[in-house]
Design a protein around this ligand. Structure first.
Ligand SMILES: Nc1ncnc2c1ncn2[C@@H]1O[C@H](COP(=O)(O)OP(=O)(O)OP(=O)(O)O)[C@@H](O)[C@H]1O
Ligand SMILES: [Mg+2]
Length: 287
């Protein structure tokens, strides 16, 4: 579990990713509107919000995968000026719904994360192979290396996609719902590894997550999107409030405090079909 970050709120002065007045239209509809935010170098920022709020679109705009108005810069360089190779050296994305091609082993797939470091027509170097084996080892996924991608379970596939992004050794990691298919043990293992890398190599993390309790434990800063706009921004304690969450998720929510941790609990509002009282069948009643 992570300890409180040592990264100062201004990221020590350096900005890893800056979005200025970013808007995106898709299918004739405005899905992201005038988003301005700065992710300081070494910071972990988590974007939350209801389904369709624009979280994946924001990450895709940073990655240069959707056309946008406004500007995105990465380490001071306008994203639009980066070649695909330069972009891949600075940004690694774990997409929400990755495409896993048939006929490829896990080892080969993770090695694709090294492409930006290989020369044209060059074979993989020992450094590339070490990066692949190292990341699979740290994710406890070494035994998956010879397996075909299409034979993996949902959670195994998600860890392999994360392995590929980490093998890329980019200083900014974009994680779109990275734990959606993982059991709680693997959720913590993956997020703890990202946190370790943040401290080891100064990784900057821009993440989306639906599990608000988990999100609050890892993020330095949270940005809540609602209908494509920034509805709240601040520390987890500032964003994860009952009033804010109930309003923007249209749900009754309790926020409990466990020491420094915030636990977000959705509260069921409707009674089930059988009513609140359980009636034991006659033959099970005490005589
Ligand atoms: N290519 C597209 N054409 C039209 N609309 C799109 C397109 N891609 C995304 N959208 C719409 O943009 C909105 C934002 O999508 P986005 O994937 O960013 O939401 P999200 O916040 O990531 O949601 P979720 O929590 O479900 O992952 C949604 O209403 C979605 O239907
Ligand atoms: Mg999404």
């Amino acid at each position: 579990m992570r300890t409180p970050t040592s990264v100062p709120p201004d990221g020590g002065g350096a900005a890893a990713v800056v979005l200025r007045d970013v808007s995106v239209r898709l299918g004739g509809r405005s899905v992201l509107r005038h988003v301005t935010t700065t992710v300081p170098a070494g910071c972990w920022m988590t974007v939350v919000g209801a389904n369709g709020a624009g979280k994946s679109t924001l990450l895709r705009a940073v990655m240069g995968l959707v056309a946008h108005e406004g500007s995105v810069s990465v380490h001071g360089t306008p994203s639009s000026a980066l070649s695909p190779r330069e972009r891949a050296r600075r940004l690694a994305l774990v997409p929400q719904t990755p495409v896993l091609a048939p006929g490829m082993t896990v080892g080969t797939y993770v090695l694709l994360g090294r492409m930006a470091h290989m020369g044209p027509f060059a074979r993989e170097s020992s450094t590339d192979l070490r990066a692949v084996t190292g990341v699979l080892q740290r994710l406890g996924a070494t035994e998956l290396a010879p397996r075909q991608l299409t034979t993996l379970s949902g959670g195994e596939a998600q860890r392999v996609v994360i392995a590929r992004a980490l093998a890329q050794h980019a200083p900014v990691l974009l994680l779109d719902e990275p734990t959606g298919s993982l059991d709680i043990g693997h959720q913590l293992e993956v997020l703890d590894l990202v946190e370790e890398l943040r401290h080891e190599v100064g990784l900057t993390v821009l993440c989306t997550m639906h599990d608000l309790t988990l999100a609050g434990q890892y993020a330095d800063q949270m940005l809540l999107l609602a209908d494509g706009e920034v509805a709240a921004f601040g520390t987890p304690a500032e964003v994860l409030t009952e009033a804010t969450l109930s309003k923007h998720y249209r749900a009754t929510v309790r926020v409990l405090h466990d020491g420094d941790r915030l636990i977000v609990v959705p509260i069921r509002s409707r009674v089930g079909h059988c009513g609140t009282a359980h009636e034991a069948p006659a033959d099970q009643e005490d005589t």
